[in-house]
Structure formats: C-alpha cells, structure tokens
Design a protein around this ligand. Structure first.
Ligand SMILES: [Zn+2]
Length: 99
C-alpha cells in the first residue's frame, strides 16, 4: 500500500462534523471506536504532497580521487567540481535536501 498523507486540518474538520452528527446518540456510533476511526481516516482524500528526502554528503576516495557521495541515491560527484558546479544543498541526481 503506498504511503499517502492527509491534511491535519481536513482530518480535524472531518471529525468535528462527524461528532456533531452523533451528539446525543446512544450507544456510541461505530465510527467513534478505534476501528471506526481507522476506517474513517481511509475516507479522507490524500493531500497533494511531495516526499521531502534528506541526505548527507559522504566523502569517498576512489583510486586517489576525492568524491562526495549522496546517502540517498549513491551518486558520486568529484569533490574538485563539487562547490563550483553544484548547489551542494541539494543532490543534483535525486533532489535530496542536504542541508
Ligand atoms: Zn541523491
């Protein structure tokens, strides 16, 4: 199952409206049990978000040449070109945030 995200505000609004529907109802509706809440959460539409990958640069030496390797995708960039040719805050290959 893909991991998706919902808006906190959308979830709060959903349950606020749902709780108003059941004020005074006895017994407690199934949707207020833990199983019911889990099922209700599945009905809230996924939010439009993009996963924010974070990584770090790891120094690696290959045959006497220094490289920086992205911990997220494994891309190597020769250190001599690193700061001049690339924004070191992001991996140019996978876009991981390296700050
Ligand atoms: Zn990367």
């Amino acid at each position: 199952m893909p991991n998706d995200y919902i808006s906190r505000e959308a979830a709060q609004e959903f349950f606020r409206k749902r709780s108003e529907e059941y004020i005074g109802h006895e017994p407690v509706p199934m949707s207020f049990t833990l199983t019911g809440v889990v099922n209700e959460l599945k009905t809230i539409p996924a939010a439009d978000v993009v996963e924010h990958k974070r990584g770090t640069w790891i120094t690696a030496w290959i045959k006497g040449t220094e490289f920086q390797r992205c911990t997220e995708c494994g891309t190597y960039i020769q250190s001599i070109f690193f700061a001049n040719d690339y924004d070191v805050n992001f991996c140019p290959s996978c876009g991981a945030d390296m700050r």
